[in-house]
Structure formats: structure tokens, C-alpha cells
Design a protein around this ligand. Structure first.
Ligand code: ZN
Length: 573
């Protein structure tokens, strides 16, 4: 058995993955929201028995090694080493012979480890006296200095460089480390000089970059961050996620603030599920990284104009990713760090607990802006909210939110309905075939009924024969097989059906049946409604096609054809 197999036998994929994904046990498998694509209902599954993961949404699949490689962005060797380290298993000597990419990245990790220790020692040593006083004055406790590994880059501009050179790192490694800069004459210097250092770690706690806050008020750049390197992609990393994720999963909540000091302030107040984007605008990758731990996000950005703009941009992205957003408001225009210092941790806890959902927060802003005593003012306020509501991807959610907000603002429900009718009409004009959503639901309702419930089968199966819309489904062959088996009088069960269909469809069928088992299942009435919807869908498609053929016949002057099509239309309508 080679080392990889040996390691695989000792590592449990469920335990490894649950560091990154909220998993729920369903029978003998585990299920959760896929960390590799955006989804609302879980299609990500892990088989504990077979030590294998699979997503039916994006088709990501593999063993524990592929999982770690994908989620951490590691090479195979790094994943192997990480898992071995984590489980206290020693790597055999020959497996250290890895590829070049891995060796370079290993050198970068090592340089960052050295830099981390170097900065920390500086802050703890005699040269760090005044900076330690400054840090304490800003309210950072000694425990936090240790916890976050704060450090000091001195003003010499060569100390770290010399250390790295002494440890034998080559110029070509130094150059891509992000830790040094290069002068025109080719000589190097320390990137971070005279700065308070905040180490930035990846999700498994390895230092991959640094943020430096200027100590000299004359310094033009207040904050300086590491550039992107082979081990640091800014858009993927959130400051403190490595420490925050445990509480985030436990409380099912995550707090997003803007800066390093805000994270430390909130942490000291006992809000440990707090992260910050490292001085960049929030990205989709960062949102997905948070979402793996909790879908409930509390946004606590600075109340100044820049913060408000950042919040607005971020919210659009967050809603696109189906994250549930609440807005934390702090009175007095304070940022989280200042607020915790002035009002104490308990008060900050209350602000977080009392945070309004994004839409109610927005509605309150509308109330403050328009004259709510006048009917027209209430309508204006509602209009003000509409673009945000329109931004929601899910139609049902859009309607539900609109209704909630209308009643919150005291607007007649009729107005909401009118608006949505108009928007729906516009959409139908623009997009002729909005089919996929209902079709997907069709599989998920009909197949479990037909497979598991003989009474439902008796009522439904004959009705399925003359529905052309069924042919549009990717699972159409499964329905065909079902009908054939039914006509031949064969016993229908999951296993007999499963055995008769091609492999890709076997996976889909298994996923649908497993999901239905977890969700409580549909009733025969649901099945009948589904059949009716398919019929309606077919009628509508036919009408739409006829109309479009009439239009093009008219446009191209084929009037006889247009006339005969119009007759067909009046017959089928
Ligand atoms: Zn997926």
C-alpha cells in the first residue's frame, strides 16, 4: 500500500469536510450546501461509507485529497502533507520529492513563517516598547496581541531580508515572496518598514500575507498589504476566517466588518464569529467562503460615505449569492472598534442581536426620507425599495418580500400586485422560454411518487403518456423506462428502475430519491398539480411558437401562411 492509500485509510472525509461545510446527516450520507457552486438547496453529498464526495449541481466529485485540493487551492502534494500533518502521521522521506510548484509554495510558506516570528519578536522586544504602549492605548489587550500574532516591522528596511538570505532563500524566491521590494539596481529591501503588522492567515491557519499599519503619521499609505503571490489571492481570503469559523458554524451567524482593528475590537467583545475583507471590495469568492460556514451574515460596515457605498455594492453580490443579510447599525457614527470601546461588549452584542434584515433596514431609510403620513409618500417609499426587491433572484421570494414591505410601509397590497403583474408581463416579452425551474421541480416531485408510492403510480402513470413537455426533461428516459416496466407488469422499485437506466441518470435518480426522502415527500395532489402544470406549459409553448411564426410570416409577406396559422391559433386558444 503506498502512502497515499495508507493516509486515505486513516483520514475521515466527513471530519475533514465538516471544517469547511455545514453538514447534516441524512441516512448513511452527509449533505450540505455545495462549497464549489452557488445554491440554495443542498446538492452536495458525502458518503461516509465510500469516503467520497459528489455534488449533483456542479458535478464536483472526488476523494478527500481532491476535496482539500479544491477547497484550499492546493497542489496534490500540499493536500497530502496537510492531511498527514493534521492527523499526526509522518510523511515518508521519498514523498518529499514533490513537483516544482509545490516546492516554491513550500518556500513561500516557510518565509512567511519566518517573517511572522521575526515581526512578533520585534514587538515583544525592547524596540517594541513604544509600539506596545500605542497598541495598548488603542485598546488591544495583551491576549489579543498573542491571539492575532501582531508584530512590528522595524524601520531598518533590511532586517527581514537579511534573515531570509541567511536561511538560504534564493533571489528568485525572494522576488516572488511579496515580503521584499526590488530597487532599479536589482537589490532588495523589506516591503514592510516601521509598521504594526497584522498577519493574514488562510482558512487552515497558515500565514500567507501581512497587513501593515503605518506607525509614522507622516506616512502616506496608512495601510500597506502584501501583494498577491503564489500563496495569497486577495479575492479569496478573509481576515480571521480561520479563527471565526468555529463559532460561525455553532451560532450559524457571521459578522463582516471592514478592518483589522474592527475584527480585534469585536473579538474582545466576545463576538468571535467576525471577519474582515482585507482592504478590498468584497468578492464572490469571499462570500462563498463565509457561506460555507453560515448563510446568515451580519454586515457592519463603517457608517461613513465610503462604508455606505461599500455596503451597497456588497449587498448586491450577497443577495446574488442567496446570503441572508442583516445590517448592524451603531449609533453615533462609530465603527465597531470604537463602539466596543465606548459602549462595551454587552452593548455591541445587543446591536448584533437586534440587527434588522436588509430589506427592513432599507424600508426604515425610506420611511425617514418620505412623508409617510401621505398616501403618495408611502407609495414613493415603496417605489424607492423596488429596485432592491427586483434584485432578488427568486420570484417567490421577491413577491414575499414585496408584500411584507408593503404592509410595513402601509401601502395597499393591490399596488404590489399591479407592479408585479407589469414586471412579469415585461419578462415574458423578453424571455420566451422560462422553463428550467419548473422542469427541475417536476422531476423532483414526480419521480419519488412514481417510484415509492403504488397508489400515486396508479393515478399518475397513464396521464404521463401524452405530455410532450415531459420530453423536454433531462430525465425523460427515466419516465420512458418507468412506462415500459409498468406496461410489462414488472415490479417497480428504486432498485429495479435504477438497474434499467444509463449510469448518468442513475446518479440523478439516486439524488432525487435521496432528497425526497430527506424532505418529507410530495403528495398525490402535488403530483396531479405537476401533471397539470406540464400540460399548461405545453399549451403555452405551442401558443407562443404559433404567435412567433405568425409574426415572422407577416414580416416576410407570407400572408396566406400567416392567415392559416392564425386559424390554428384561434382553434388552440
Ligand atoms: Zn456544487
Amino acid at each position: 500500500m503506498d502512502f497515499k492509500e495508507q493516509l486515505r485509510a486513516q483520514v475521515d472525509i466527513v471530519r475533514v469536510a465538516s471544517d469547511y461545510v455545514r453538514l447534516r446527516r441524512v441516512g448513511n450520507r452527509y449533505s450540505g450546501l455545495c462549497p464549489f457552486h452557488n445554491e440554495k438547496t443542498p446538492s452536495f453529498s458525502i458518503s461516509a461509507e465510500h469516503q467520497f464526495f459528489r455534488c449533483f449541481g456542479c458535478d464536483a466529485k472526488g476523494d478527500v485529497f481532491s476535496f482539500v485540493m479544491m477547497i484550499e487551492g492546493l497542489t496534490f502534494w500540499e493536500a497530502l502533507k496537510k492531511l498527514a500533518d493534521q492527523h499526526g502521521i509522518a510523511l515518508p522521506k521519498q514523498s518529499l520529492a514533490s513537483d516544482e510548484e509545490t516546492r516554491l509554495r513550500a518556500a513561500l510558506y516557510e518565509m512567511h513563517e519566518i517573517a511572522f516570528e521575526h515581526f512578533r519578536r520585534n514587538l515583544a522586544g525592547p524596540n517594541g516598547d513604544s509600539v506596545r504602549t500605542y497598541v495598548a492605548k488603542r485598546g488591544v489587550t495583551e491576549a489579543s496581541v498573542q491571539k492575532f500574532g501582531l508584530g512590528l516591522a522595524d524601520g531598518s528596511g533590511r532586517a527581514l531580508l537579511r534573515m531570509l538570505e541567511q536561511r538560504g532563500f534564493k533571489p528568485e524566491q525572494l522576488e516572488v515572496s511579496g515580503l521584499v521590494g526590488k530597487r532599479d539596481d536589482g537589490s532588495f529591501y523589506d516591503r514592510f518598514r516601521n509598521r504594526l503588522i497584522f498577519p493574514i492567515q488562510n482558512e487552515s491557519g497558515k500565514t500567507i500575507a501581512f497587513g501593515g499599519r503605518a506607525l509614522d503619521p507622516e506616512d502616506k499609505a496608512k495601510y500597506l498589504n502584501s501583494p498577491e503571490t503564489k500563496i495569497y489571492k486577495k479575492s479569496n481570503v478573509l481576515f480571521n476566517l480561520n479563527r471565526a469559523k468555529e463559532t460561525a458554524m455553532k451560532l450559524d451567524r457571521i459578522v463582516l466588518v471592514e478592518g483589522y482593528m474592527d475584527v480585534i475590537g469585536a473579538w474582545q467583545a466576545g463576538i468571535t464569529e467576525v471577519v474582515a475583507s482585507c482592504g478590498t471590495a468584497l468578492t464572490t469568492e469571499q462570500i462563498r467562503a463565509m457561506k460555507r460556514h453560515s448563510q446568515n451574515l451580519h454586515l457592519n460596515f463603517d457608517p461613513d460615505a465610503a462604508g455606505a457605498n461599500a455596503a451597497e455594492r456588497s449587498i448586491k453580490l450577497l443577495l446574488d449569492e442567496n446570503v441572508r443579510v442583516r445590517i448592524v447599525e451603531l449609533e453615533g457614527g462609530l465603527d465597531p472598534d470604537e463602539y466596543c470601546k465606548q459602549h462595551g461588549g454587552e452593548a455591541y452584542h445587543q446591536r448584533i442581536a437586534g440587527a434588522k434584515t436588509y430589506f427592513y433596514w432599507l424600508a426604515d431609510r425610506a420611511r425617514a426620507r418620505f412623508n409617510m403620513r401621505e398616501p403618495q409618500g408611502r407609495v414613493d417609499a415603496f417605489q424607492f425599495l423596488l429596485p432592491a426587491i427586483q434584485g432578488l433572484n427568486d420570484k417567490l421570494e421577491r413577491v414575499a418580500v414585496a408584500n411584507d414591505l408593503a404592509s410595513y410601509l402601509g401601502v395597499a397590497p393591490g399596488l404590489v400586485l399591479d407592479h408585479f403583474r407589469k414586471v412579469a408581463a415585461d419578462r415574458v416579452e423578453r424571455s420566451p422560454a422560462p422553463r428550467t425551474e419548473s422542469s427541475r421541480a417536476t422531476d423532483r416531485i414526480l419521480l419519488p411518487l412514481l417510484v415509492n408510492d403504488s397508489e400515486a403510480r396508479a393515478q399518475l402513470i397513464d396521464q404521463l403518456r401524452d405530455i410532450p413537455a415531459l420530453r423536454q426533461l433531462s430525465t425523460a428516459p427515466v419516465f420512458d423506462t418507468l412506462l415500459t416496466m409498468h406496461d410489462a407488469g414488472e415490479t417497480i422499485s428504486f432498485n429495479t428502475l435504477h438497474a434499467r437506466i444509463p449510469t448518468p441518470l442513475q446518479d440523478i435518480l439516486a439524488a432525487i430519491i435521496l432528497d425526497a426522502g430527506a424532505g418529507g415527500g410530495a403528495t398525490i395532489e402535488d403530483g396531479l398539480a405537476c401533471v397539470e402544470a406540464l400540460r399548461r406549459e405545453h399549451r403555452e409553448t405551442t401558443l407562443r411558437e404559433l404567435k412567433s411564426r405568425i409574426r415572422s410570416a407577416e414580416r416576410e409577406g407570407r400572408l396566406a401562411e400567416a392567415l392559416s396559422l392564425m386559424q390554428q391559433l384561434s382553434q388552440s386558444a
